[in-house]
Design a protein around this ligand. Structure first.
Ligand code: PRP
Length: 208
């Protein structure tokens, strides 16, 4: 069988993703979330794991630098990448939300300023509603934007809701549910069919 390159997103769900793989018998003995190493091989030598920033996983998979990827639905939606989304791994469950101050609902004709780590997601959401928006891309601490007047509202992921609450903001709208997904490069799905399908089936068994 072919070797598979799997791009794993760094961050909150990395350890849980590795645990899920271990449950299915795929071990990366030298993997450590804290190590600076970026490439790991599993116990069979058939899976090469590359450890990359979550936001880059869809890019690696779309371009075939990785055959498969494990990454959050938030990054998949933002990337709008041409890939197959195959499995919901049910890790890192949270949701997209619009948040701001209670009185910040858009008034007709006014352009709403939206700060987000996910400007494409934000734009698509408000476009569907027919609300004209200007998006401002931020890379973190997004909740600060309405507080200091950089934006009217934010579109961000909410897990416990603590960050929103502790910064005096309110959820104005709940959007899509987010969780970690398995994605596959479209060409690899065909050219490495046997290995890719074996990997999918193994992971699926681990989820049951
Ligand atoms: C994420 C997200 C929110 C927060 C939500 O940020 O952007 O700020 O977590 O989690 P909560 O609902 O449990 O409070 P992250 O921790 O990744 O840090 P960042 O602000 O640097 O992006």
């Amino acid at each position: 069988m072919d070797t598979i390159t799997l791009a794993l997103a760094k961050g909150r769900t990395a350890e849980d993703s590795i645990k899920l793989l271990e449950k299915t018998g795929i071990y990366f003995d030298d993997f450590s979330n804290k190590s600076r190493k970026l490439v790991f091989y599993d116990n069979t030598g058939r899976v090469k794991l590359i450890f990359v920033k979550a936001v880059d996983v869809p890019t690696y998979v779309e371009n075939g630098a990785a055959d498969m990827g494990i990454v959050g639905k938030d990054n998949i939606m933002e990337a709008e990448a041409d890939i197959y989304e195959i499995l919901d791994l049910r890790l890192g469950q949270c949701k997209f939300a619009v948040a701001g101050f209670n009185d910040d609902q858009p008034t007709s004709g006014n352009i709403l300023t939206v700060a987000s780590k996910y400007p494409a997601v934000a734009k698509t959401h408000f476009l569907k509603k027919g609300v004209p928006v200007e998006t401002i891309k931020l890379n973190g601490s997004v909740e600060l934007a309405p507080i200091i007047g950089l934006a009217d509202v934010i579109v961000d992921i909410v897990e416990t809701g603590n960050t929103i609450k502790e910064n005096g903001l309110t959820i104005l709208e709940e959007l899509d549910s987010i969780s970690t997904r398995l994605i596959v490069n479209k060409a690899s799905f065909t050219t490495k069919s046997e290995s890719v399908h074996a990997f999918i089936n193994t992971l699926q068994t681990g989820l049951e």
